[in-house]
Write a protein that binds this ligand. Structure first.
Ligand SMILES: C[S@@+](CC[C@H](N)C(=O)[O-])C[C@H]1O[C@@H](n2cnc3c(N)ncnc32)[C@H](O)[C@@H]1O
Length: 299
């Protein structure tokens, strides 16, 4: 369960969700025709060891990422969202943006695996131990970022805009931001603060991309939470980590503040990519149906 000011490392609480999605990316990358290839995701699973390594090695078959009712769709979802946001960054870089801000970077390896124009600076924000794990695993193997990469170890419920400025971010220059797999882990007031902080630092011509999800109906959420707590399975803790709240749909929030925003329902995007949409009664169905991928450009 969450509390104000809680913190974590890569294998505990919200930190483990970074490993969860990285494991999904590793599974997607192994498919014959993957939607995206993150070559570093598997390294992180192996370095974390335990169940994360076992999933990758196929020796933990009842892990949620390997079930047909949930895992199969979740892996498709991660493949799709990786592809969507990779494409978003290519467009932002193509439009001349040279400052990139990855909020809740987790094990996002875009600084290492995408091709960045000369002069690009990438700011990665997350909790200190999460960033430390990523740097350690990659630097041990001699893997270097393809742009100037600056880590900002900070809690995103605190004064991260000041920390970003202190690291050399220039609010007078356009920037490209991402909040992927983040908003659900913040209470609504912190989401609002995050958007306000971002908007305040984004010069005209800036880009933002957000993974946005509508909250679950309260009763369904309570029931899922209760069932999860009773089951006591350490690999199934999602409902204990999220705030089932939303300050506003992201396209609406940015649209009302001088940004031109487009929201693509995740299900539409999966369909476009030729991946199946889970039915409403499957475990993954409601999650996919509530989710949208949003991008916006500041006028
Ligand atoms: C599901 S992971 C997503 C990581 C990455 N964006 C990706 O898609 O691979 C959630 C990440 O949000 C980070 N996070 C959540 N709440 C945070 C907070 N209050 N401060 C800093 N980081 C936070 C976690 O540490 C974790 O790395």
């Amino acid at each position: 369960m969450r509390s104000e000011g809680d913190s974590w490392d890569i294998t505990t609480s919200v930190g483990s969700t970074a490993l969860f999605v990285a494991t999904a990316r590793a599974l997607e990358a192994r498919k014959p025709e993957p939607l995206a290839i993150d070559p570093y995701a598997e390294l992180f699973c192996r370095a974390a060891g335990g169940d994360w390594q076992a999933v990758i090695e196929g020796s933990l078959l009842d892990h949620p990422l390997l079930t047909s009712d949930f895992g199969e769709h979740f892996v498709n979802f991660q493949g799709a969202r990786t592809r969507y946001f990779d494409d978003y960054f290519r467009r932002a870089a193509g439009a001349g943006v040279r400052q990139v801000v990855i909020l809740a970077a987790g094990l996002d390896s875009r600084a290492y695996r995408l091709s960045w124009p000369d002069g690009t600076t990438i700011f990665e924000l997350d909790q200190p131990q999460v960033l430390a794990f990523k740097s350690y695993v990659l630097s041990q193997r001699g893997i270097r970022a393809g742009a100037e990469r600056r880590e900002i170890a900070v809690d995103l419920r605190e004064d991260w805009p000041q920390a970003l400025r202190d690291s050399g971010f220039d609010p007078a220059q356009p920037s490209a931001w991402i909040a992927e797999g983040l908003l659900i882990y913040l209470p609504a007031d912190a989401q609002q603060q995050l958007f306000t902080g971002l908007d305040g630092l984004a010069a005209p011509g800036s880009h933002v991309a957000v993974e946005d999800g509508a909250p679950m109906p309260a009763e369904a959420f309570e029931a899922a939470l209760q069932a999860e707590v009773e089951a006591g399975d350490g690999n199934r803790i999602f409902h204990q980590l999220v705030y089932n709240e939303r300050c506003a749909p992201a396209d609406q929030w940015f649209g009302e503040r001088g940004w031109t925003a487009v929201a693509t329902p995740l299900a539409d995007y999966l369909r476009e990519l030729g991946r199946p949409i889970p039915g409403p009664d499957s475990e993954a169905g409601p999650m996919i149906a509530r989710n949208a991928l949003v991008r916006a450009v500041k006028r």
